[in-house]
Design a protein around this ligand. Structure first.
Ligand code: ADP
Ligand code: TRP
Length: 333
């Protein structure tokens, strides 16, 4: 039986952080055995923030090395760079003809970005979900492993895929679903600066590539409060975030121990942060070592990128041909 197809990507705008890992990459690793996986580096998407050529190149190399260091296996999964597959941008152009200004303007990620970079509200930001849809449906994906913050973008993909199918009376595109391995809710890894999610653009990220000293410093700086004064009280958001991150990286018994201390008003945030920092360090240190090794091996990186782009193009070319036939493009020569 054919394996279901999976597509997901990450923008090369910095180092992979714990949000990327637990929101996305962890599911990539779990899926690569039993699914037909395409994992890519969304370098075209990253142009919406105008990286310099140097930053773009180093970002792509870094994420590629980090994918490999995390354990994504180029023999099992197709790992590729978005710009190596020009069929994606061709499909994006076609999808743009059926994407409407109103719906694009209403997307939360567009509104957020327009607020964050008011001097650069470009058309690429507006049509970001259309390019994302092209990434996904060009491989006829059934599942997309992403974090909670991508839920709305993925809903747009589903809408564009359905719209294309309906318009051309076809079922060329499966309607892709968000995916978490155990059917749990999509993950949101909190930032440790009081509120919201961990993210590159939020400037609050703990990276897989950070050295232990930096990790300890970042965790010790996490926002908390003066501590509970009443037994069994509810945790305020910054404290809840600290617990949520601990739930993700630490042993359940350790979390329980701090939880009980909180309930009894005996918690010492300093101790909790020290424990959390050490648990993060034990998790990231071996990955960091592998990143360093892989980054030193240009020939290996080139080989993986070439192999991935060939496999990804094979699938993209086949879908694009079907799409162009459906739209009505006919060669006159
Ligand atoms: P960032 O948000 O740091 O710019 P990306 O937007 O490139 O990172 O995200 C790549 C993947 O990582 C997406 O699947 C996204 O949902 C996931 N992700 C990013 N931050 C988090 C987070 N804090 N919690 C859960 N998943 C996240
Ligand atoms: N928009 C995603 C993010 O910011 C990255 C992305 C681009 C993506 N294309 C994709 C994720 C296709 C999954 C599938 O995180």
């Amino acid at each position: 039986m054919n394996k279901p197809t999976v597509v997901s990507g990450i923008r090369p705008t910095g180092y992979l952080h714990l949000g990327n890992y637990f929101g996305a990459v962890q599911n990539f690793l779990r899926m690569q055995e039993n699914y037909n996986c395409y994992f890519f580096i969304a370098d075209i998407h990253s142009l919406t923030t105008h990286p310099t050529p140097e930053n773009l190149q180093s970002g792509v190399r870094q994420v590629l090395a980090e994918y490999l260091a995390c354990g994504i296996d180029p023999e099992k999964s197709t790992i590729f760079i978005q710009s190596d597959v020009p069929e994606i941008t061709e499909l994006y152009t076609f999808l743009n003809m059926n994407a409407y200004l109103g719906e694009l303007e209403r997307t939360t990620s567009f509104k957020d970005k327009a607020r964050q970079q008011p001097e650069n509200v470009n058309a690429g930001l507006l049509t970001y979900p259309v390019l994302m849809a092209a990434d996904i449906i060009i491989h006829k994906a059934h599942f997309v492993p992403v974090g909670k913050d991508q839920e709305q973008n993925l809903e747009m993909t589903r809408k564009f895929a359905k719209r294309f199918n309906r318009m051309y009376k076809s079922d060329v595109f499966p309607i892709p679903k968000p995916f978490t391995f155990d059917g749990a809710d999509l993950v949101k890894v909190p930032g440790l600066d009081g509120s919201g999610k961990m993210g590159k653009s939020e400037g609050n990220a703990i990276n897989l590539y950070d050295d232990p000293k930096d990790i300890r410093k970042k965790v010790m700086r996490a926002v908390t409060d003066a501590g509970p004064t009443e037994k069994n009280s509810e945790k305020p958001e910054p404290v809840q975030n600290l617990f949520n991150l601990m739930k993700i990286v630490s042993d359940p018994a350790v979390v329980q121990q701090f939880d009980e201390a909180y309930v009894k008003c005996e918690i010492r945030y300093g101790d909790m942060k020290k424990q959390l920092a050490e648990d993060i360090v034990s998790f990231t240190a071996p990955i960091r070592e592998r990143i360093v090794e892989i980054l030193a091996d240009d020939a290996y990186l080139a080989k993986v990128a070439k192999m991935g782009s060939e496999k990804a193009r094979e699938s993209a070319v086949a879908t694009l041909k079907e799409v162009k036939d459906l739209i009505g493009f006919r060669k006159l020569f």
